[in-house]
Design a protein around this ligand. Sequence first.
Ligand code: SAH
Ligand code: SF4
Length: 418
Amino acid sequence: MRVPSSSDQGVGDRPTPVMLPSPPVGARDGRPGVSGITREALASWCTAAGEVAWRERQVSDAIWSGRATTFEDIPQLPAALRARLTASFRVDTLAETMVRSSDGGLTEKALHRLDDGRTIESVLMRYPARGGRRERATLCISSQAGCAVGCPFCATGELGFWRDLDTAEIVDQARFWRRHLMAEGQRVTNIVFMGMGEPLLNTDAVVAAAEALSDTQRFGLGARHITISTSGVVTGIDRLIALRPQFTLAVSLHAARPALRQLLVPLERRWPATEVVAAATTYADVTGRRITYEMVMIAGINDTAIDAEAAADLLKGRLAHVNLIPMNPVAHTPWEPSPPARIEAFANVLRRVGLETTVRRNRGVDIGAACGQLAAELAGAPTPAAVARRQQLLVDRSAAALLDAAAEDVAPGAVAAR
Ligand code: SAH
Ligand code: SF4
């Protein structure tokens, strides 16, 4: 399948999501994923099926522990109930999964095929025990198939938007890795919503999934070990604030200067960084949780001393941790990751104003572990001419954005007035 490339449509300011053609597959399985419903709903379903409500507990235990891959694997249930469950629910919404490994097995990436033929990605990153810190296994999961936001450095943004994932499709990624790690006696210790998609443009399913993942009787991971990352959907942050959860909130900032951020995160036009940071600060106030700010470092684009000062001005004094991540090179961009010395200099500007700043290592570059890269690969390469057109477009747009950003610097009132 050759997917329409953003070079055919312009970048950065797509007014509507790019809808990709449906792959040629059969009808979708109409049965909902059992992991996507609440325990209360499952208990009610059991009662309506003429069973005692506590059967729910037996089903949930078997499903969430990873022991059961079909309802027939729960022998303590009456045969008739197993048959009714099978007729009503799927145990797993991921039809097929392919796993690739890199970094000597420390990074593993799964490409999951859904029942409508869409593909989504999840990545497991293992961090061996070091300096008194226990071994960790961080899982990065997808919230949508594709993404409508269209950040130009992101392979998912390049793909466009297919559809929202439902709750079961989100949590089944975590259940897949639980089973995968169980064989080694390991477990998932952290989950980040940093795979494909913008979680806060699919807030209902994402919140339900995060609740299932943090429920001690379901996936059972502490809420503080779950991070929801957003490119800056203020209405979504407001919804989280109302729920007062203990999840960690990560904000993809990438640039503090408006003209540059408009290029890198097109949502800046709708919700400027100042508003996003204000909403995130309220989240920190209400929950007591420190906000993580993510900045993908792109050589010569957003890594200058002026950018570092602008980020320091925006974030100083806030309950914040900044992660600087060298851009994972993606084929359709002309951009390169910033050199380590540049990133270190950037980090030092932030540290000087008291912001805790970590320089992250890029994991799994050789297996395309940046979000959406593998799905993009599978979708088929655009023609070299289309790639060249898109790269030129990004060169032109970034030159214009840098000029606009420079103009903002000489007229700081323009920024203050936003
Ligand atoms: N849509 C959400 C969550 C998914 S993207 C968001 O943007 O926050 C998760 C993270 O991956 C974001 O911080 C994003 O900027 C980063 N990312 C995307 N493409 C990347 C690339 N090529 N190199 C490094 N990080 C990338
Ligand atoms: Fe979407 Fe996040 Fe990629 Fe931007 S970085 S296109 S918001 S998935």
